[in-house]
Design a protein around this ligand. Structure first.
Ligand code: FEO
Length: 168
């Protein structure tokens, strides 16, 4: 592992924890505004992001380096609507995808093949995550301000169950 790649992975650990923290803030907004299903969805998403951070944390340690934790930003806590919450989630996933791509490119340039193999999993995961949040945003845009349709979507979101734990 080169120091550049190590620093960048440590930063990505913070980014994933930041993502987890941000989703927890979205869960709080949703539940407080009586979108209990969306709250459940975001709680699970927050937990998933925690596992992403831990996956990289474990990788750094397995490569015989000390994982270094960095500060994470205070997440947004106020939103105008359920749609706005999911638009924020979508922007966040797009941003994480760009971070993972940049990290993969760095690992490639530095010829850190073990990191490239590890990051493959994240690239695949981001495709799924962007897809699922994009579909939710599309549905919310479709129903506009119709309360009963929004409540149907909320109920559907509440059916989400925890993913099988990612192999680490
Ligand atoms: Fe771990 Fe959805 O980024």
């Amino acid at each position: 592992m080169t120091s550049k790649v190590l620093d960048a992975i440590n930063q990505q650990i913070a980014n994933e924890f930041g993502s987890s923290f941000s989703y927890l803030g979205m869960a709080a907004w949703c539940e407080h505004h009586n979108f209990v299903g969306a709250g459940q969805w975001f709680r699970l998403q927050s937990a998933e992001e925690h596992t992403h951070a831990m996956r990289l944390f474990n990788f750094v340690l397995a490569r015989n380096h000390q994982a270094r934790l960095a500060a994470i930003e205070r997440p947004a806590g106020d939103f105008a609507s359920l749609l706005e919450v999911f638009e924020n989630a979508q922007a966040q996933e797009q941003s994480v995808s760009r971070q993972i791509d940049a990290l993969y490119q760095l690992a490639f340039e530095e010829k850190v093949f073990a990191a490239m193999a590890e990051l493959q999993w994240f690239i695949t995961e981001q495709v799924e995550e962007e897809k699922s949040v994009r579909e939710i945003v599309a549905k919310l845009r479709m129903v506009k301000d119709d309360p009963s349709s929004i409540l149907d979507i909320d109920r559907e979101l509440g059916a989400r169950r925890p993913a099988a734990p990612a192999a680490e």
